[in-house]
Design a protein around this ligand. Structure first.
Ligand SMILES: [Zn+2]
Ligand SMILES: [Zn+2]
Length: 374
């Protein structure tokens, strides 16, 4: 996640760029950096960056999410994150250059697979962010042979049968004429190379399985289903290809008191009938502290109070959401005889119903107006 460039900046367009402008700029840059055309060492990384920026900005949904959250994808691309990008790379290749070309070269560098890791965090960890270590099993490029599979000091030889292409042509004479079939070279199993002295560490595979500890920074304000992309933390590439990416999918545990909707949080507090009728000052837990809330006399059950800025920090930009407090008036269930008598007196006092009735009538009035379309 660290130091990712802004997608608009990558494509060299303004935040208000039209879809057409984005497409134009993307085509230009993709041609410029395509690894087949541009042999600079960082061309492939630049190409990937451009492609990723385009993938997001060309999709209205993803673009608005990006505008809101930045480099975190709250879409739940379960299981799809990796395949998505890998596939995209191939697609664009085909789109611009009419088919695989060099891709089928068994000696060509190959990008490592993307990985996905699901991380469950506490409600407040998602709100305030967290730094943590995770351990993931992954395949990495072998350090001893740097991925070529040969013992240090030696090199893999080009297969003499297929001359390094990894493919063999099998010619058959049939009644319809000569048929030429291609199949993977049996001498080198389609790799195009023969390793005489295998690397002792990876036994010639060029890669090793490893448990790797990775530091993950979860940004404050992240929501359930968000994906954090850690560039280059996926599986190692082969033959000098870049590593894949690691996608961390965030799952946020429910909280027993707070509920969250976007950057706002909701909670429900009980109020006694007396508090609601006479008004009171009550203590409300927020995410960080306890604060006092004045409930005015005559508060109805279901009323919401808004505590401005007591919600979740916004992922992108400044400020915080709000906390919404719903008050629910709790009817007493166990009353003493004295209390019952007092309530009877109270009921008698307002027995003509003026108070309550007025209120009900006003609700009815309002509803009638609504029906009339006022
Ligand atoms: Zn061969
Ligand atoms: Zn090795």
């Amino acid at each position: 996640m660290a130091d990712k460039r802004d997608y608009y900046e990558i494509l060299g367009v303004g935040k208000d760029a039209s879809t057409e402008d984005i497409k134009k700029s993307y085509r230009k840059l993709a041609r410029q950096y395509h690894p087949d055309v541009n042999k600079a060492a960082d061309a492939e990384a630049k190409f990937k960056e451009v492609k990723e920026a385009y993938d997001v900005l060309s999709d209205d949904g993803k673009r608005s999410t990006y505008d809101r959250f930045g480099h975190v994808d709250p879409n739940q691309g379960m299981g799809g994150g990796g395949a998505d990008f890998g596939g995209g790379f191939g697609d664009i290749f085909d789109m611009f250059f009419g088919g695989g070309g060099g891709r089928r070269d068994p000696n060509a560098p190959q990008r490592g697979n993307d990985l996905q890791y699901t991380m469950t965090v506490e409600f407040k960890e998602a709100v305030f962010g967290k730094e943590t270590d995770i351990t993931i099993p992954r395949t990495e490029t072998c350090d001893t042979c740097h991925g070529n599979g040969a013992k240090p000091g030696t090199k893999p030889d080009t297969c003499s049968v297929c001359k390094g292409s990894g493919q063999q042509e099998v010619v058959q004479n049939t009644p319809f004429g000569r048929m030429v079939n291609r199949r993977a070279c049996t001498n080198c199993s389609g790799t195009g190379r023969i390793i005489k002295d295998k690397c002792g560490n990876c036994h010639g595979a060029g890669k090793v399985k490893r448990q790797r500890k990775i530091k993950v920074r979860i940004p404050a304000g992240v929501d359930d289903g968000a994906q954090i992309r850690m560039s280059g933390e996926g599986e190692g590439g082969l033959r000098g290809g870049p590593a894949g990416d690691l996608y961390i999918v965030i799952r946020v545990k429910a909280h027993e008191f707070f509920e969250r909707e976007g950057d706002d949080i909701y909670c429900e507090v009980p109020l006694t009938f007396v508090q609601a009728a006479l008004g009171d000052e009550i203590e409300i837990p927020t995410l960080t502290e306890k604060i006092k809330l004045k409930v005015p006399a005559g508060t109805q059950t279901g009323t919401y109070f808004r505590l401005k800025g007591k919600g979740v920090p916004r992922l992108r930009g400044y400020g915080q959401g709000d906390q919404h407090v719903k008050v629910t008036i709790v009817t007493p269930t166990s009353l003493t005889d004295d209390q019952k008598e007092l309530l009877r007196q109270f009921g008698g006092l307002s027995g003509d119903g003026s108070d309550g009735q007025e209120h009900h009538e006003s609700i009815f009035e309002r509803m009638k107006k609504a029906f009339r379309g006022d």
